[in-house]
Design a protein around this ligand. Structure first.
Ligand SMILES: Cc1cc2nc3c(=O)[nH]c(=O)nc-3n(C[C@H](O)[C@H](O)[C@H](O)COP(=O)(O)OP(=O)(O)OC[C@H]3O[C@@H](n4cnc5c(N)ncnc54)[C@H](O)[C@@H]3O)c2cc1C
Length: 464
């Protein structure tokens, strides 16, 4: 292992490992430092293992509704430990994939805890406590996030758990209260409900998936309630008593206090950043509200130190971390990257029905002063959705009435997390509503709903 590099990246999540690969492609001598597993939260405890579990839930749901498709299945049951084992195996495989990519790109992997030191150095403490200094012209911090804790909801790892434990429980709980209804909360709520756990969601704000368009929140709530999930909005967990067999959860609602009982409480109230204990104060790196301050190319206030991913302002998403890593490294290498357009970042939630969106919600677009043309196409009118037995949901597109710019897209339904990328490209290329209507979509596909929603905005819809 060398002691001097062009670029050292601390943390190997989708921000860190992607930055390292791009730096190596650009001819830099690169090392990554990782305290746990290559691939970060995303591959080991986030995006990928949750999707593996959600796939198991999907399969079980499908089999349970096999009759609807003319298939008679005698008995189906959930083997919970096998589901967990499969998910952990998928995560492990992905982490090994990153290991392969590091080797392929001749990137040194240094396992241990990294701490910034003055003089463009990182001190790495290995598992035996041995400390070694490495130096680099450019040090990129990509130490990512962890579950946020609320004062009234201290995670004990047994009855009050966070996402890691929720995807590695030994036994399926009979009942669960999920606190928070962002992407992580509603994904776990769907997962556990669909395999037979009794689930209640408690959300502080007045609707679930509160960052989404209001119509999407309403549609998801309707689906979840139909599936048997209890939903409490404008409600706050004020206390959890874990002394008995079940947790006693006190919830403050608009109508007064309510008591819930559940085997497990899952805290899904957001992400906190890993920015303490990594030497930021020693080197003088500026932070604000738990995030490292950076410019458009992820430079901190300290020469030669950069930060990307969940630890900087912007949405805490894997694809954002990766895009930031690439831009950061291209700038370091003297290329001329464009700053990231944070207004065109897709967000996906892999519950059932899926949710995907990009750009302005209808409310935000109105508040920004736009005059709007809004088009909506329900999947109930889609041939592919009917054939697939997936008629729930819709595509909603929001255009600026003046220039035809596509300001936002909001989708709920089967496969919409795959469909949103079309909208991101359309927005990147500044395609107008009329051009979208004239873009031929294959039939039968769910994606025809995008073309039809655009047509609906301009009173040209065919299948409604
Ligand atoms: C349950 C769950 C589901 C999610 N699903 C999605 C999804 O579907 N799509 C999506 O886009 N995003 C999803 N996310 C968010 C996504 O995982 C994060 O946005 C993404 O992982 C951030 O990448 P990152 O590179 O900033 O950091 P991370 O992925 O958090 O990686 C940081 C790495 O740094 C290491 N590290 C930390 N401190 C040190 C140190 N001092 N020394 C050495 N190493 C260190 C950590 O061990 C870790 O490996 C999900 C998150 C969770 C929790």
């Amino acid at each position: 292992m060398a002691s001097k590099y062009d670029v050292i990246v601390v943390g190997t999540g989708p921000g860190g490992y992607v930055a390292a690969i791009r730096a190596a492609q650009l001819g830099k001598k690169v090392a990554v430092i990782e305290k746990e597993s290559l691939g970060g939260i995303c591959l080991n405890w986030g995006c990928i293992p949750t999707k593996a579990l959600l796939k198991s839930a999907n399969v079980f749901e499908y089999i349970s509704h096999a009759k609807d498709y003319g298939i008679d299945v005698k008995e189906a049951s959930v083997d919970f430990p096998a589901m967990i084992k499969r998910s952990r195996g998928v995560a492990e495989g992905m982490s090994k994939g990153v290991q392969f990519l590091m080797k392929k790109n001749k990137i040194d992997v240094i396992m241990g805890y990294g701490r910034l030191k003055a003089g463009k150095k990182v001190e790495v403490e290995d598992k035996d406590g041995k400390k070694t200094d490495y130096s680099a012209d450019h040090i990129i911090i990509a130490t990512g996030g962890k579950a946020k804790e609320l004062p009234n909801l201290k995670i004990d790892g047994k009855k009050i758990i966070e996402y890691r434990k929720a995807m590695s429980l030994e036994k399926q709980p009979k009942s669960m209260v999920v606190v928070g209804s962002g992407a992580i909360g509603v994904e776990f709520a769907y997962l556990y409900n669909s395999i037979g756990t009794e689930v209640t969601i408690v959300e502080y704000l007045d609707r679930i998936v509160p960052v989404e368009d209001e119509e999407v929140s309403k549609a998801l709530e309707k689906n979840y309630k139909k599936a048997g999930i209890k939903i409490m909005t404008s409600s706050e967990v004020t206390n959890v008593d874990t002394k008995g067999k079940n947790c006693k959860v006190t919830v403050k609602t608009a109508k007064g206090e309510e008591q819930l009982e559940a085997e497990i409480v899952l805290s899904a109230v957001g992400v906190a950043t890993n920015i303490t204990g990594i030497g930021l104060e020693d080197v003088g790196v500026a932070t604000e509200k738990g995030k490292i301050l950076v410019d458009d190319f992820y430079k901190t206030n300290v020469e030669g130190v950069y930060a990307i991913g969940d630890i900087v302002h912007g949405p805490a998403l894997a694809h954002v971390a990766s895009a930031e890593g690439i831009i950061c490294v291209e700038k370091i290498a003297g290329e001329n990257p464009q700053p990231l357009d944070y207004g065109n970042i897709p967000g996906c939630t892999y519950c059932s029905p899926e949710v995907a969106s990009v750009g302005y919600t209808e409310k935000a677009a109105k508040e920004a002063g736009y005059e709007l043309k809004v088009g909506k196409f329900p999947f109930s009118a889609s041939g592919k959705a009917s054939a697939a037995g997936a008629k729930d949901g819709f595509v909603k597109l929001i255009f600026d009435a003046k220039y035809g710019e596509l300001l936002g897209a909001h989708m709920i339904g089967n496969n919409v997390t795959e469909m949103i990328a079309e909208i991101v490209a359309i927005r990147k290329l500044e395609t107008t509503g009329h051009e979208l209507i004239k873009t031929v979509h294959p039939h039968p596909t769910m994606s025809e709903a995008v073309m039809e929603a655009a047509a609906a905005a301009y009173d040209e819809v065919i299948h409604l």
